[in-house]
Design a protein around this ligand. Sequence first.
Ligand code: PA5
Length: 446
Amino acid sequence: MKENLTINLKNASGFISGEEVLALAQQSVRHLDSLNAGTGPGNDFLGWLSLPDDILPQLDRIEKIAKNLRAATDTTVVIGIGGSYLGARAVIEALSHSFSPLLKTKHHDIIYAGQNICEDYMADLLQLLDGKNYSIIAISKSGTTTEPAIAFRMLKDHLERKIGKPLAADRIIAITDAKKGALRSMAETNGYETFIIPDNIGGRYSVLTPVGLLPIAVSGIDIRMLVKGAKAMEEITRMNKKAATNPSLLYAAARNLLLQNGKSIEIMVGFTPKLHFMSEWWKQLFGESEGKDGKGIFPASVDMTTDLHSMGQYIQDGQRILFETIVSVKTPAKCLTIPLEKDDSDQLNYLAGKRLSEVNHNAELGTTLAHNDGNVPILTVNIPLLDEYNIGQLIYFFEMACAISGYILDVNPFDQPGVEAYKANMFALLNKPGFEEAGKKLRKRL
Ligand code: PA5
């Protein structure tokens, strides 16, 4: 039987007691009930709850199209921003070779675009793509988000000039709303293959739809195992009213109790660079879900042990408003030992014969103890190893915890009204039709 994700609250016990956590987690079963009954805020965005089952009929088609793209091209550019990109990148980077784009044997590279409006990035990308045989997956639920829309216009133009319009149309897949948005109409006009993002699933909860699964499948990762892991976590959390055995309830309760104790910043910590984008995905999930109405825990992240040499000082010794959540991976996928050196000139022979992972694990334990001594509570999410099944569990675990945590905070965890503010100003400053008057007013403030 496979080992499941677990949560360890021991290193937060100097700040919040196990009894308190359990009590709040048990009280929060009512939020689980609201999610399942669809009676809470944002109840029109609950499609993610049953995705591990609902997505199954689509997997054949996702795999087939992924296979076609892999056969026809050596590179896929994934265009999207926020929830339309981070989930795919988090999974792909967690499960791929650390240097895949540089591996001569690598058969398919994934490159990302549409997450910035940086001219240099786009110029460099177009230069790189001059020499690549590539396809495009354009992802936008609204079909109108500025960053991916600009990237799509430029890359489509590049691809059409490179291989001609008819062949380019075969190499472009659009993932968007069923009916509305510019991407939908462009797909229909040009005959692109499309996937639908369901109305009842928000961007940051969409990784287990084609939004995440198509790019992940194109990268060569087993999406069935990913979904299977998510299903296992659905079974552990969704109907489980015994808080002591429901890790999502426990995590949601613990982080809210820490907030009530003045810990308003949560740092996601990974001891492998492969989790870097998992932290980015997590930051969006929790930041956009909870940061509203003047509430919420500010989500930050560090990569260890790298950032012990940059952020370590602050975490150890700065303002005591932090807590950490470590995603601890028990077993590495690979095996490497430190060699013995005859003259021990670097004085590392005390490590000779040890696995690198043993050193890393002790760095993790040492950091946990040191930060605890520095009054930083630590929650630890344990996963057995980085593979599709466990990453699937991790995704569903965090999504469920986030929804419960939002309800504990009494916010709607499924909207993001604040994201519109910068867009309106940018449109006004760029004289987008309909925004000219607002633009005049804004320019006076600059
Ligand atoms: O989670 C969200 O809803 C957002 O991050 C969106 O995914 C992001 O803004 C991109 O939107 P769209 O998919 O409409 O282009």
